[in-house]
Design a protein around this ligand. Structure first.
Ligand code: F6P
Length: 369
């Protein structure tokens, strides 16, 4: 049985296709898909569908997930409405394992990020034959070089910067572009370097707004041409990760109140930065662009299609080889297996001393340190 959990991500369908195509080369295996993560088994009536080669044909180019997904609840924290209208959670994992046995499921492949792989680990420890496949646009899993979906998100952000550059130059504006990534700055840093941004603010390096202001003024310090314009010309592109925070401050976000949603919904740091800069006396026009879920939608780029297909094929082979309790991972140039325990132990954040940070500084990107 295959399922997709957590936020969707370009390449999920390519993994599903890889699993099904590889399984179809074996005589004794049939693949079923569980709808909306484990919910398809936890709900009555059961929602699972048979996945054959026809069903997955051409899926490598399709964004989203044909199985649906959710980043709420799950077998260990199923939302339950109390008599007084409040919500609590119930552990339904044992009941779910019994049901999987009843359905004749021999093995499960769980495609998901850190939260989903924690669920995989919990179920593996209870005896389920399970293999994990790492997914997230945030690229914040430490045991794989890349998760699929990440490079597509970076490409979408880079394309957006390319577009902002021309309008910023035409209007002499400061553009602040907010990107996803939760507590990791990978999407921001990669796209800032690829797009040639002037400033990049990431969660791993709380920013000093004074440094940001200085860089902005530097971007306007080269007067170009006509004296008709009684102001300096220039423009400035700032990429800010949704989880970025000022020195001494916290993240910007909201508690959604959605049942079973355990995260703070990050967002709003671009507007906050704009307001703070104006309050400091920055007089240039400032506009904010928030890319939001555009970063997760649409067709995966070729790199992610290939990686997702490799993960799908190897995950199915792990099932055939009985390598349960493992997550497939990309350790260039190989697809290897790492234990689920290791996979979720430490998140993968940017080390301020690492090469990519050095590269960003090397091309003059201000990180607000
Ligand atoms: O983890 C992927 C991600 O897109 C994050 O970058 C972002 O913070 C979050 O999910 C958004 O979640 P939701 O789709 O629930 O708003």
């Amino acid at each position: 049985m295959v399922l997709t959990g957590g936020g969707d991500c370009p390449g999920l369908n390519a993994v599903i296709r890889g699993i099904v195509k590889r399984a179809s080369q074996e005589k004794d295996w049939e693949v079923v898909g569980c709808i909306e993560s484990f919910n398809g088994v936890l709900r009555e009536p059961t929602e699972i569908e048979i996945l054959d080669e026809n069903r997955v044909a051409g899926l490598q180019i399709q964004g989203g997930t044909i199985l649906g997904t959710t980043n709420k609840g799950g077998p260990f924290a199923w939302p339950v409405k109390n008599a007084d209208g409040t919500w609590s959670t119930a552990d339904r994992s044992d009941e779910m394992l019994r049901k999987l046995q009843y359905l004749g499921i021999d093995a499960v492949i769980n495609i998901g990020g850190d939260g989903s792989q924690r669920i995989s680990l919990g179920l593996y420890n209870k005896g389920l034959n399970i293999v994990g496949v790492p997914k997230t646009i945030d690229n914040d899993l430490s045991m794989t070089d890349y998760t699929f979906g990440f490079q597509t998100a970076v490409q979408i952000c880079t394309d957006a910067i390319d577009k902002l550059v021309t309008t910023a130059a035409s209007h002499n504006r400061v553009f602040i572009m907010e990107v996803m990534g939760r507590d990791a700055g990978w999407i921001a840093l990669h796209s800032a370097i690829a797009g040639g941004a002037d400033v990049c603010l990431i969660p791993e390096i709380p920013y000093d707004i004074e440094k940001v202001r200085t860089k902005i003024e530097e971007c306007y310090s080269h007067p170009m041409g006509s004296p008709i314009y009684q102001r300096r010309r220039g423009n400035c592109i700032i990429v800010i990760a949704e989880g970025a925070k000022p020195k001494g401050g916290g993240v910007t976000g909201t508690v959604t109140g959605e049942v079973g949603y355990q995260h703070i919904k990050l967002g709003g740091i671009a507007e906050k930065l704009a307001e703070d800069l104006k309050a400091m006396g920055v007089e240039h026009d400032i506009r904010c662009t928030i890319l939001g879920h555009l970063q997760r939608g649409g067709t995966p780029i070729a790199f992610d299609r290939v990686l997702a297909t490799e993960f799908g094929v190897r995950a199915m082979e792990f099932v055939l080889e009985g390598r349960f309790g493992q997550m497939v991972a990309y350790h260039h140039p190989d697809i290897v297996g790492v234990s689920l325990e290791e996979a979720v132990r430490t998140p993968h954040f940017i080390d301020p001393n690492e090469r990519l940070v050095h590269t960003a500084k090397g091309v003059g990107i201000e990180l607000g340190e």
